[in-house]
Write a protein that binds this ligand. Structure first.
Ligand code: ADP
Ligand code: ADP
Length: 242
């Protein structure tokens, strides 16, 4: 059975507001269906504005669906129910590691946030998880008491991955995981993601417009256009040059 099943999911924006100013809603995601097998790496590609980030936010529970539903490991959900999702093991790595950490918090406090939200762990257990997570991305646990500005771009992306890992997810949604990084550190972060996937049996949904990265990392590619999945296949078949 699939780890994640996406069943005819749609999302409209602009439906709220006072009726006088109410505008025609924009359909950002339009009846999308697909599934992710356990341990699979699937890339989601398509032009800017086609609905990739909206779909990603719904999958991780940061945004609600207008129609349709998801099934993760047999559990149904419609988005906007974050704690159950955290328990079920979905995490998002945001596109921009520079804006995803609060500059006034130590990275230890930022990394611990998803765990505090779950309210099921003692301080000691949380502390152990943080040390485990930061070590798994190749950083020193002593760095937990530092602030985000003390880290380089590559290190910050490692921290963002560590924060996604603290809840021990089975599915990681990676929104442009290396596009904000220097070319010189992209390879390191990609190697890290490959190693984590092997060690933890993770499933990846990777949003990217970097076709070289997609070709290197993805088992399967979903092509999105104007809110719909218009094509899917293996990277070799889709990107084969005539
Ligand atoms: P992508 O990630 O592929 O660039 P998005 O999911 O960001 O696409 O956007 C899909 C569509 O939804 C676009 O038309 C965008 O303008 C619209 N959209 C995205 N987020 C919002 C929002 N919070 N409010 C209103 N419209 C939005
Ligand atoms: P609390 O809000 O109760 O302090 P936290 O989730 O912030 O709980 O922290 C839980 C544990 O994580 C702490 O006991 C500590 O061991 C570890 N921890 C949190 N922040 C840091 C940090 N900045 N540096 C080192 N360890 C930290």
């Amino acid at each position: 059975e699939a780890l994640l099943t996406v069943d005819a999911v749609s999302r409209d924006y602009g439906n709220g507001g006072f009726w006088l100013w109410r505008q025609k809603p924009v359909r950002a995601v339009d009846r999308v269906s697909f599934s992710l097998g356990r341990g699979e790496s699937v890339a989601l590609v398509g032009p800017s504005g086609c609905g990739k980030s909206t779909l990603a936010r719904m999958i991780v529970g940061l945004d609600s669906t207008t129609e349709g539903q998801f099934r993760l490991d047999g559990t149904l959900y419609h988005g906007r129910n974050l704690p159950p999702l955290l328990r079920g093991g979905v995490s998002l790595v945001f596109q921009d590691p520079f804006s995803s950490f609060d500059p006034l918090m130590t990275v230890g406090t930022s990394l611990g946030e998803p765990l505090r939200l779950l309210r099921q762990m003692t301080r000691e257990e949380r502390g152990r998880r943080l040390v485990e997570a930061i070590t798994s991305v190749g950083l020193d646990p002593a760095m937990l008491s530092r602030y985000p500005h003390e880290f380089s771009g590559g290190q910050r992306q490692r921290l963002a991955i560590a924060r996604a890992m603290v809840t021990k997810p089975r599915l990681l949604v990676l929104d442009e995981p290396v596009s904000a990084l220097d070319v010189s550190v992209r390879g390191d972060v990609l190697n890290l993601l490959g190693r984590l996937q092997e060690e933890h049996g993770l499933t990846y949904l990777i949003i990217s417009h970097d076709l070289d990265m997609v070709a290197a990392m993805a088992d399967r590619v979903l092509v999105m256009e104007a809110g719909r999945i218009v094509e899917q296949g293996r990277p070799d078949d889709l990107f084969a040059r005539p």
